[in-house]
Design a protein around this ligand. Structure first.
Ligand code: 2NL
Length: 344
């Protein structure tokens, strides 16, 4: 018995497994229910009292040695691991993760919305697929108006003129729906995507984004329009930005105007953003044509209103000096990640 113990003690001391299956074989051989230690203890039961005294201690020490060896190797293998994880260099820095960023059009749209919200305007949205009435007829477009033409409008269904279904060409259709379904006063802005059947280039796209605004109440005047839009420009481009109004024409407003701001890049001294004029056009506006109010069921003798519309792309180009409209829809991350990241 002593001989066996000596032999196994040497074997245990020399054992240095690194693989999990070798370690498991060790456990089964020495510590298993049919293992060597169990066997030795069984033999121990049969020896005389004299031998029991000497072997009792030796056997317990032997058992302890085997158990200690096993737990020591088990712990070591858990730390270094014996499989593929052994190849991982834990001193390397972890993978970073990048935050996304807001699309520049979203940033500018939100800025525009915020200014008007502070003035008490609400935000309204509507469908991108519209019927002729909401996109054209209610807005005083004559039957033969060129804007209805196939070249400008994406028609989904050509029925009989007034029954046509098309992608909306402006968000004015949302204002028509609002006026038809409610009662004045109205004070709302309508952001959204609109579509025009145009060839894509640096300066034109088949879709773009608009914010339109509408204010209808008793005694609303052109002075209210001018003051509201002047305030908007001070908020958006900073105090001291100049504005000027030029007469214009839209079927749905009378009188109509276009509004320019002093060039935000060169402050009016002349640069290629403003084509050396010192002024940049940013929106169209006017007093809502009485015909439009009547078409929407509003008494044009009692109520007047102003409306305006602007392209978000144009405002964004001016703010960030972007010269190619295609950048907005190509989703090139090198372009997108230059804008404010999302802060959660
Ligand atoms: C532009 C010009 C404009 C409007 C939009 C409007 C809507 C209703 C009644 C009257 Cl329901 N007007 N909207 C008015 C003037 C100009 O947009 O250049 N947009 C990009």
């Amino acid at each position: 018995m002593q001989e066996k113990i000596d032999k196994y003690t040497a074997e245990i001391k020399a054992f240095a497994a690194t693989k999990a299956d070798e370690l498991e074989a060790f456990r089964i051989k020495f510590l298993g229910t049919k293992g060597i230690i169990k066997d030795l203890f069984d033999q121990f039961k049969t020896v005389g009292p004299e031998e029991k005294r000497t072997f009792g201690k030796v056997l317990n020490q032997f058992k302890q040695l085997a158990e200690e060896k096993y737990s020591e190797l088990k712990e070591a293998s858990a730390n270094t691991a014996d499989t593929a994880t052994a190849d991982i260099d834990k001193t390397l820095p972890g993978d970073g993760f990048e935050l996304g960023s807001r699309h520049p059009l979203t940033l500018v749209r939100n800025e525009i919305i915020d200014v008007f919200k502070r003035l008490g305007f609400v935000v309204a949205e509507g469908p991108e697929i519209e019927d002729d009435w909401h996109n054209f007829s209610a807005l005083n477009f004559p039957e033969e108006h060129p804007a209805r033409d196939m070249q400008d409008t994406f028609f989904i269904k050509k029925n009989s003129g007034t029954d046509d279904i098309a992608l909306r060409t402006h968000t004015s259709s949302v204002q028509v729906r609002m006026m038809e379904n409610g009662k004045p006063p109205f004070r709302a802005i309508m952001p959204g995507r609109v579509y025009r059947n145009e060839a894509i280039s640096a300066r034109a796209h088949c879709f773009f984004h608009q914010v339109e605004g509408l204010y209808v109440d008793e005694n609303v005047s052109f002075a209210d329009l001018k003051q509201t839009l002047y305030h908007f420009v001070q908020e958006l481009y900073g105090e001291g930005t100049k504005v000027r109004f030029r007469p214009s024409y839209f079927p749905f407003t009378e009188p109509s105007a276009e509004m320019d701001v002093s060039c935000t890049i060169c402050k009016g001294s002349g640069c290629n953003m403003c084509k050396y004029s010192g002024w940049v056009e940013i929106l169209g506006c006017g007093m809502v044509d009485p015909n439009v109010l009547e078409n929407c069921g509003i008494d044009s003798k009692k109520y007047t209103g102003f409306a305006f519309g602007m392209g978000i792309e144009r405002i964004t180009n001016l703010k960030y000096v972007i010269r190619d409209l295609r950048l907005f829809s190509e989703n090139d991350v090198r372009f997108l990640k230059q804008f404010q990241s999302e802060i959660i």
